[in-house]
Design a protein around this ligand. Sequence first.
Ligand SMILES: Nc1nc2c(c(=O)[nH]1)N[C@H]1C(S)=C(S)[C@@H](COP(=O)(O)OP(=O)(O)OC[C@H]3O[C@@H](n4cnc5c(=O)[nH]c(N)nc54)[C@H](O)[C@@H]3O)O[C@H]1N2
Ligand SMILES: Nc1nc2c(c(=O)[nH]1)N[C@H]1C(S)=C(S)[C@@H](COP(=O)(O)OP(=O)(O)OC[C@H]3O[C@@H](n4cnc5c(=O)[nH]c(N)nc54)[C@H](O)[C@@H]3O)O[C@H]1N2
Ligand SMILES: [Mo]
Length: 758
Amino acid sequence: MTTHLTHWGAFEAVSDGERLTRVRPWRGDPEPMPLIENVASAQHHPTRIFQPYVRRGWLEQGPGAPGRGADSYVPVSWERATDLLAGELRRVYGEFGPEAVYGGSYGWASAGRFHHAQSQVHRFLNCLGGYVRHVNSYSMGTSTVLLPHVLADLYWLLQQGTSKSVLVEHTELVVAFGGLSPKNSAVTPGGVSRHHARGWIAAARARGCRFVSVSPLRDDMPEEAQAEWIAPRPGSDAALMLALAQVLDAEGLADTDFLDRYTVGFDRFARYLRGADDGVVKDPDWAAAITGVPAGRIRELAREMAAARTFVTVSWSLQRAEHGEQPVWLGVVLAAMVGGIGVPGGGFGHGYGSTSSVGEPARQVSVPRLPQGENPVQTFIPVARVADMLLDPGAEYDYDGRRLVYPDIRLVYWCGGNPFHHHQNLARLREAFARPDTIVVHDPFWTSTARHADIVLPSTMSVERDDYGAGDNDRMFFPMPALTRPHGQARDDYSILAGVAEKLGIGKEFTEGRTAAEWLRHLYDQWHGGLGHTDVPDFEEFWAGEGFELGVTDAEQVVFADFRADPEAHPLSTPSGRIEIFSETIDGFGYADCPGHPVWIEPQEWLGSSAAQRFPLQLIANQPHTKLHSQLDVGAHSQSVKVAGREPVRLHPDEAAARGLNAGEVVRIFNDRGSCLAGLVVSDAVQPGIAQLSTGAWYDPDPADASFCRHGNPNVLTADRPSSMLSQGCTGQLSLVQIEPYREPLPELSVSVPPPTV
Ligand SMILES: Nc1nc2c(c(=O)[nH]1)N[C@H]1C(S)=C(S)[C@@H](COP(=O)(O)OP(=O)(O)OC[C@H]3O[C@@H](n4cnc5c(=O)[nH]c(N)nc54)[C@H](O)[C@@H]3O)O[C@H]1N2
Ligand SMILES: Nc1nc2c(c(=O)[nH]1)N[C@H]1C(S)=C(S)[C@@H](COP(=O)(O)OP(=O)(O)OC[C@H]3O[C@@H](n4cnc5c(=O)[nH]c(N)nc54)[C@H](O)[C@@H]3O)O[C@H]1N2
Ligand SMILES: [Mo]
């Protein structure tokens, strides 16, 4: 059997050269995940792209031809496709320059670090003169901007966060905003070898640690935690956290020595808690009316947090929302008020249930990766502003204290992502995608994004090519030799781009004269040579083996321990060198939607807003438990939970009964932006007032109405609205909807078969 790594786990497989005939979890994985079943079952699905295609209208009428998303496709040879693409790139770069090319290409693609699709396309576009890039992510677009102002660089924090093994030993109380969802811990960017979503929680619990899960869904916390479940109205966590802070302050429970020595601005924040300027004391009674959590319970929880060694973790989902800065900032403030930052088992964590990597100790070394070259273009967008950019070239907008201008994009190049999965308000995204002259997509599958492209190039899946990989903070470094030949005429992104580079006369710059196999060896040798220790195998031995362990610097790492020991010698990277409970920098930007200290600001769409009269259910569009985003949605495990082929939506029994809905029937979910079908699952793990429809169903628009998805993609319902002017992050997690029975004949899905071809 040969080992292979995916973002959702490592597996061992047997192949007949064409398909995987046996797959079993990697033997080192203590909690294997059924998501690996999607790989073999999807590999030769009819929606694999067999050969290169060009959209008919574009081929016949040239760049800018209308019809994207509804056209048929013309199969072409690789030679023809490469010629057409090279010609179009020459035209766009020649006439408009690199500022007219959007190459951000956001998306997770596959594990395996050489064939990392984004790195490949970025290197290619850099050889051509550069491109408009994106900054930040859909995952943590809000925190990435906020945290450096108030605590630390986000990626540093994720890498250096206190080890889960330290929490197991020392923590007495975990308060998890957004829970510690076992489904999310299935995944690590770049791959996960050993899953331990449940193991550490069970061990901490056995030692006597208590867990409080603050979440609208009971199953956001594994049963092993035996957690107390507190369910505030979604989007109202900031109010709950302010009240916890108010109790700590009012009852003299705050660690004032810690606040004096390690933080700045508590006094400004305390005025707000006490209502000194607005006359509103942010006490538990105030918060109870907003959150629905009983005031008595809030008061008690604050006391418990002050009395115990408490770890506060805030899931990434809370910042994927309007004013998503506030609950993250308040998580930091609460951890500071109870004095736990820098202490083993205390302090603040971000996303301890959001991926498997968070709370794993940092490795001593990173792993080899393809150099991307230099991008001379300065223009960028915060990633979730893509539709705004395409719809409104020349418009100005605010971002992190700057005034930026959207560029005028002629060509969009997407390789390894699925914006018609990940972006909000998909009907609007389709209008945006109608604007550029040309859209190029590489993907193994006919995703909805591929169906909006002009030039569609079939990529291999990771099981069809040689590579190697290790996930973030994951200790295993695996060789990933190809398990099967490519499907149809698929090529890996590197070969595709090398072919186009050749035609454009930049072949040498892009390939440096190496094949993919030669790159793998070259990058490994270079890395190996730079390590300076001898216990790491050379390439031959590595390639013939089944992976090896990379060392970690400190298995029992405690973040901010050195800062705690000596804040003068080890200041934070914030402007003051301390934790900023009040940020002069953010205050100086003057943004009404993100002032200088954390506050409660009512979102536009939550159960307390007037919009809830028409749309009384809070849609939670969280990550799916049966797949990674939209990847391999046609695979067996993903399909196993669909209801009449539609994505499942979960409702509380009372909400189903109030609408006369029965489990197993197809329902229509709608608001003013759009509607979709979904299959009803009734469960008391979901709070009343909530509809939970995970992301990931391939967008299947009705031919007459792009805002109606027949399959169940929640992003026809979500708002393309930024978190704030500070961060411009994605807010796809929460929106308001209504649900009704669907009485029409069920429409067939078109996204599960290839688009029409000529
Ligand atoms: N409403 C709402 N929306 C959300 C979220 C939410 O919480 N709510 N979450 C957001 C988050 S956190 C994220 S990260 C995004 C995820 O959004 P994406 O990362 O765009 O989603 P994926 O489905 O992983 O898309 C990866 C694509 O790459 C393709 N692919 C795989 N391997 C290769 C390869 O080797 N080469 C090429 N060329 N292609 C390859 C896959 O087939 C797939 O189509 O979604 C965001 N969208
Ligand atoms: N199986 C699987 N795992 C994944 C992924 C996947 O697609 N599939 N995607 C990966 C990626 S790219 C990312 S970025 C991470 C994302 O990690 P997260 O952002 O943490 O994941 P989500 O599933 O979006 O949200 C977690 C939970 O937050 C809760 N929640 C939502 N809104 C609120 C709120 O207002 N208040 C409170 N208290 N809770 C709320 C929801 O009930 C939800 O189940 O997940 C990663 N892990
Ligand atoms: Mo993400």
